[in-house]
Structures are given as structure tokens and as C-alpha cells.
Ligand binder design. Structure first.
Ligand code: NAP
Length: 243
């Protein structure tokens, strides 16, 4: 049966790994026929990931947009419904961070962080949830962070946005439990992705890889529909590496 999955931030890092793993699952599970809707702001990234996913047998659409733009995300949901009939899974992965000390953060950092992590995530979730609520099935993942419940000095805005995302996750679950929709909060510690920029080798050596997060997410997804993995806390074995 076809399964329609929207993945935000699918061009790089964790979102890219999730897209690739869902496409590989199409090879391994003959009953699983994913339609992947890949979203990010950079068309060239999306094209590269889409080509790899198609080579694994997935049907893929790409949607270049800033998720903070509500009219674009509304259109994305409407187009997906018109073309594929429904949405079965939403991966709220797109996220940004400006990592600076408290007194260095400015208004632009504030608006940039909140527009993606909060505004974009909220309105897309609201629109997709209405579809799932009506059909009484679906799965929404939020890639929040351990920074959704742990403070870091260089991450005031990032932590603020991620704690707020956790508030949304927990509120959504109150609605979702009433209509058979699964909500999973994925809280990774440090994962080596483009979000971090250049890093010394000794730091890279202790960080997790994006595939380790996507693998845990797919395991949660493929459990029977009666079972909901509500939280996944995934850390480097040595714990948090950023104070
Ligand atoms: N890496 C970590 O250590 C870590 C740990 C815990 C949680 N997380 C969370 O995991 C998620 C993914 O992080 P990552 O490390 O994979 O980051 P990344 O490597 O920077 O990738 C983020 C992806 O999101 C896209 N994106 C960002 N803002 C967007 C927007 N407004 N609209 C559409 N697409 C947008 C980016 O593409 P464009 O820039 O081209 O749009 C990119 O494809 C984030 O929510 C992050 O907070 C990361």
C-alpha cells in the first residue's frame, strides 16, 4: 500500500538520512511503497537526495520552500492531498540554530530561529494533523533535541525554541490520542551534520551520525499501529558534548 510521507529539512543531515532510509525500506519490505515529499530551501540538495531515493524505488516529490511561509506549506499539504489522496506521516525535522553567548544574540537571530523552529513547525503540523484526525490514523515525528529539556549556555534561542517545540509535542499528543494518531518526540544529542559547520576531529569522533537517528526513527515507525513510541532520547555514549 502506498504511504505518503512529508519530510522537512530533507536536503541535509538528519532529514536526508531519514529520506534515504525510508527509500531503502521500500527495497526491503515489499508491502511498503513510500511516496516521499522532500522539503527544504535548497533545490540542489533536494535533487541529489531525490535521485538517490528514486534509485531505491521510492516515488519522490521535491518542494523547495521556507517552512516559515504558511501559504507555501498550506499549498504543499493541499497539493499532496490532491495528488496522492492523503498524508500518512509527517517528519518535522527542519530546524535552525544560532549558537552564541547570550549578549551576542540579536533580533535577526531571534526571528530566524523562531520562524523555522516554531512558526513553520506549528502551522505545518496544524494543517497535516487535521488530515490525520479526519481519517483517524497517521504518525507525526518531531526532531526536537536534548536541548528541549537541557539548557546550554551558547544556545539560549535554540533551547527556547526546542523547549517550546516540546510543549507543542505534548499538547498535540492530547489531541492525537483521541484519534489514533501517533506522536513521537525524537530528542537527539550531538549528531555530526552540516548544522555544526567545521569541527575538530576529536569532536567528530564522539558525535553520533545522522543514520543512527534515522534508524531509531524507522524502527518506531514500523512498529504495529497500536504501539506508539512517544519519546526517543538518543545521546553519544559519553553524554552531552556541548556546555
Ligand atoms: N545535529 C545535531 O546535533 C542535532 C541534535 C539534536 C537535534 N537536532 C535537530 O535535528 C533537526 C535537523 O538538524 P540537522 O543537524 O540535520 O541540521 P542541518 O544539517 O542544518 O539540516 C537542516 C535541514 O533543514 C533545512 N531547513 C532549515 N530551515 C528550513 C526552513 N525554514 N524551511 C525549509 N527547510 C529548512 C535545511 O536546508 P536549507 O538550509 O537548504 O533549507 C537542511 O536540509 C533540526 O531540527 C535540529 O534542531 C540536531
Amino acid at each position: 500500500m502506498e504511504t505518503t510521507i512529508i519530510i522537512t529539512g530533507a536536503g541535509k543531515g538528519i532529514g536526508r538520512a531519514i529520506a534515504l532510509d525510508f527509500s531503502k525500506a521500500a527495497k526491503e519490505r515489499k508491502e511498503f511503497k513510500p511516496i516521499l515529499i522532500l522539503v527544504s530551501r535548497t533545490a540542489s540538495d533536494l535533487d541529489t537526495v531525490a535521485a538517490k531515493c528514486r534509485a531505491n524505488g521510492a516515488i519522490v516529490e521535491t518542494a523547495r520552500m521556507d517552512i516559515a511561509n504558511k501559504s507555501e506549506t498550506d499549498r504543499l499539504v493541499e497539493n499532496t492531498i490532491n495528488q496522492y489522496g492523503t498524508i500518512d506521516c509527517l517528519i518535522n525535522n527542519a530546524g535552525v540554530g544560532r549558537f552564541k553567548l547570550l549578549n551576542e544574540l540579536n533580533e535577526e537571530d531571534f526571528d530566524y530561529t523562531m520562524s523555522t523552529n516554531l512558526r513553520g513547525t506549528f502551522f505545518l503540523t496544524q494543517k497535516v494533523f487535521a488530515v490525520m484526525e479526519k481519517k483517524r490514523s497517521g504518525h507525526i515525528f518531531f526532531i526536537t533535541s536534548i536541548a528541549a529539556e537541557t539548557a546550554f549556555k551558547s544556545s539560549a534561542l535554540y533551547c527556547m525554541s526546542k523547549f517550546a517545540q516540546k510543549g507543542l509535542v505534548e499538547t498535540m499528543r492530547l489531541y492525537a490520542r483521541e484519534c489514533n494518531v501517533r506522536i513521537t518526540n525524537v530528542m537527539p544529542g550531538a549528531v555530526y551534520t552540516p548544522m555544526w559547520g567545521e569541527l575538530p576531529d576529536e569532536m567528530k569522533a564522539v558525535m553520533m551520525q545522522p543514520e543512527e537517528i534515522s534508524s531509531a526513527l524507522l524502527n518506531a515507525y514500523f512498529l504495529p499501529g497500536r504501539t506508539s513510541v512517544e519519546e526517543l532520547v538518543i545521546r553519544p555514549v559519553g553524554g552531552d558534548i556541548n556546555e
